[in-house]
Design a protein around this ligand. Structure first.
Ligand code: NAP
Length: 525
């Protein structure tokens, strides 16, 4: 029997498909470990690719108003939506996603494109953003200063992580393209199949003008050496790679802005005296965060703070939910959690679990290891079973605050129920993407939101009045900020029009007030 054909993924650069000619990377099916595709970027002229995007893509986008750019995003959404079923299948095979996981990624991409398409429409025929009212420099308004946000004249280089090949492309591209900046997107090599097909569809259907969206499939090569002072880099991935990009010689010398979304030890906090509906939402959400995409979400809950007197109850209720998780071939309907996406991620998760256990945590549900995945050949696949841990002395267990195990693993941290104790524990994470707080004591909630907020880019508060409608905290929403201080990288993405800030230059323009108001399309004050 002949081996199934392996796809060769190319890059779309300088307006055409190109293949590298050197060391080839292989993409695998993490369930069977079978090779699926190869790609290479060796020998590609990445400097020319960036220049082509600057010269062709940038002017094409800047010629369009926000409404015109929004229409491009809407066309992208429609073209990708038509391919949804095929993309889901690819995510199952290349990412180890269940169909539900795959939809979370792909539908999240579609929703984000749709949100920014609508935002473009609402911003209308303007080409740039005005920030706030003018400043009067001389009394009477004759000499004024306006702040404008103008699209930068470079390229937005997007370097993405392996876990969201669809959403990662879309969420970054939506904001950059709406701002007026062409994009060069580089997916993580290991799961690039979905991103590749999305871009292939856009090219086949000629949705975008030349140079507006380029794709680099494979290693980053010397891309960063060719960056210029009008370019930007938005990166999602590990803190190590983020630091390497920030410290890159060319990035530093050209002053290239870098947005980093990196490791995050997100927390969930159960307040004392939470109502039943609120408590149930926490149990539901923690279960989702631990098992959706096998816990490979940057926003997944890693640390769960519960009042010490409710610890046993929470262990029992979470364990009951986790007993319903069937790990195995994610293509099967009777499986609800697949493998980790790569052999390297499995190795890293296994090492991480050992470190947590050596550092003051104990297992209260599950057993470290691959378990017995359903429908999978003996010993095959990058599986990690769900694991619930407890660190009885949270402030002494440093690993749980320092190490993000990127898999179906979370740790319960008992605390005395005070906001001060919750803050002391949460702060040990050194900055995270999201914190979720579940409670019904309003003064407590108010204090907690204000005390825990500074350590996070987003805080999700759930009380009994809206517990049945609340989204699980790991869901990133296009209208709300995504990013986090400190260890999380200090980045900001999305958040409606705020997401455009990174791709635009804030310029103060001062002069003849009424004349400037006319030039800039501002109301004369
Ligand atoms: P990674 O190894 O840092 O890779 C991320 C991206 O960076 C990939 O596209 C990778 O390309 C590229 N890359 C690798 N070396 C580079 C270099 N020297 N210069 C420029 N780019 C380089 O991370 P990962 O394995 O994809 O993801 C793992 C971690 O990312 C997770 O453990 C998690 O902590 C974090 N993460 C954070 C978020 C967030 O939003 N905060 C989201 C997802 C993941 P290749 O694939 O070609 O090597």
């Amino acid at each position: 029997m002949s081996e199934p054909a392996i796809a060769v993924l190319r890059s779309h650069l300088s307006g055409r498909w190109q293949s590298g000619d050197g060391r080839v990377a292989t993409l695998f099916d993490p369930t069977t470990e079978a090779p699926l595709a190869t790609c290479s970027t060796a020998g590609l002229d990445l400097g020319a690719a960036l220049q082509f995007a600057r010269e062709q893509g940038g002017p094409a986008l800047r010629a369009l108003s926000f409404a015109g750019r929004g229409a491009l995003l809407q066309a992208m959404r429609e073209a990708i939506h038509a391919e949804r079923e095929a993309l889901i299948e690819m995510a199952v095979r290349n990412g180890g996603n269940t169909r539900g996981d795959a939809k979370f990624d792909i539908d999240g991409a579609l929703a984000t494109l749709g949100y920014y398409a609508d935002l473009g429409k609402s911003l209308g025929e303007r080409h740039f953003l005005l920030e706030g009212p003018p400043e009067n420099i001389v009394r009477g308004g004759r000499v004024q200063g306006h702040h404008v946000r103008l699209p930068r004249r470079g390229v937005a280089v997007h370097i993405n992580a392996f876990n969201f090949p669809a959403w990662g492309l879309a969420e970054k591209a939506a904001t950059a393209l709406l701002a007026g900046l062409p994009v060069l997107s580089k997916p993580a090599t290991s799961t690039a199949l979905v991103t590749y097909r999305m871009v292939e569809v856009l090219v086949e259907k000629q949705v975008l003008p030349p140079g507006v969206l380029s794709l680099l499939c494979g290693g980053v090569g010397d891309l960063l050496d060719h960056l210029g002072p009008q370019d930007v880099v938005a990166f999602t991935g590990s803190a190590d790679t983020g630091s390497r990009i920030r410290g890159h010689r060319r990035v530093l010398s050209a002053g290239v802005p870098v947005n980093v979304e990196a490791d995050s030890l997100n927390s969930t906090v159960l307040a004392p005296g939470a109502a039943d509906a609120t408590y149930d939402a926490l149990i539901r959400h923690v279960h989702t965060e631990m098992t959706q995409k096998a816990g490979q979400k940057c926003t997944a809950t890693r640390r769960i703070l519960v009042p010490r007197d409710r610890l046993d109850e929470v262990i029992a209720d979470l364990s009951e939910r986790l007993r319903g998780v069937v790990v195995g071939d994610p293509g099967r309907d009777d499986v609800n959690m697949g493998p980790l996406s790569t052999a390297e991620q499995r190795r890293s998760a296994e090492e991480g679990i050992a470190t947590l256990l050596a550092g003051g945590a104990r297992v209260v549900f599950g057993r470290p290891g691959r378990g017995e995945p359903r429908g999978v050949a003996e010993g095959k696949g990058y599986f990690v079973s769900p694991l619930l841990l407890v660190a009885d002395e949270p402030l002494q267990a440093s690993a749980v605050h320092d190490l993000e195990v990127f898999g179906p693993v979370s740790t319960l941290l008992p605390y005395d129920g005070s906001v001060a104790a919750a803050e002391a524990i949460v702060a040990r994470g050194q900055g995270s993407l999201v914190c979720s707080i579940y409670g019904d004591d309003r003064p407590w909630l108010e204090q907690a939101v204000l005390a825990l907020g500074p350590y996070h880019g987003r805080v999700s508060m759930v009380d009994e009045k809206m517990a049945d409608k609340a989204f699980s905290p790991g869901m990133v929403l296009p209208g709300l900020n995504h990013g986090g201080p400190g260890r999380a990288g200090g980045g900001n993405e999305l958040g409606g029009t705020r997401g455009l800030d990174f791709y635009t230059q804030r310029t103060a323009v001062q002069g003849n007030g009424p004349l400037l108001a006319r030039f800039l399309g501002a109301a004369v004050e």
